[in-house]
Design a protein around this ligand. Sequence first.
Ligand SMILES: [Zn+2]
Length: 309
Amino acid sequence: MGGKCLAAVDIGGTTIKMAFLTVEGDIIRKWAIPTDQADGGTNIVSDIVRSFSNELKQDGLTNVDVIAVGVGAPGPADPIKGTISGAVNLGWVNNYPLKRLLEEALKLPVFIENDANCAALGEMWRGAGNGTGDLVCITIGTGVGGGIVSKGMIFTGVSGSAGEIGHITVVPENGILCNCGKHGCLETVASATGIVNLYKEEGKEAPDARAVFLQASKGDEAAKRVIDRCAYYLGLAIGNIANTMNPAKIVVGGGVSEAGDALLLPLEQYVRQYTFPRAMEVLSIEKATLGNDAGVIGAAYLAKVKTVS
Ligand SMILES: [Zn+2]
């Protein structure tokens, strides 16, 4: 492998993606293991440590060859205390000491951050960000994730929950109940699940968002209205974020963004409608380019900026 490398871990609900990367952010080797959600997520750390050690051994390396480990995890992360809260799927509900547990087992410096924030750092460093340090990343999948990067740094807020774009209220009255406990969050109407919710409100059924886009492409009026409403809610939220943060780019990723122009063209129109003109002048909307690697690349960036001068 030659020279010291960075290690990165991206913990998801079903798989844990792991990688070794160069300090420039090139992936040397990547692999994934299943996420064991049993027993309140208590096996996850030992699974990561075992897999990490095995992969090092295969390359004839030890932890001395690794500079630091960056970790992305679902739920708000407290980067100072190194704890995760509200990762309900994993059972890490209340200040789970992820950083301490990994550091003790790996004997390496570990830095943690929310997974959507890691994806935003990844896109800034090696993806659609392309040189800007001021961008907002929105990942539209089963839910809606978000990360705000300002002057090259993740904007975390006081308790790590800044950038929770999916929980911006876009339906202020009689909104659908969200997983977070609020009603009318962006996620309830503009995620893959949200698109199916809106189609249901039209009195129609679809197995997934992809099916709704397919119906729309065939001329189904209800499906077309649903996609327009989805774009409207996203555009309203993005316009308000752009007014608040004045970013250079809004980077849109995740499974739903694969729908392409069918979603992005109306979205761009609504963003233009709701963004302060001076902020709009410098703003571009771009598709994410790193796909599933954004999380590990961003986690590696986090480890790098904390350790490499
Ligand atoms: Zn919510």
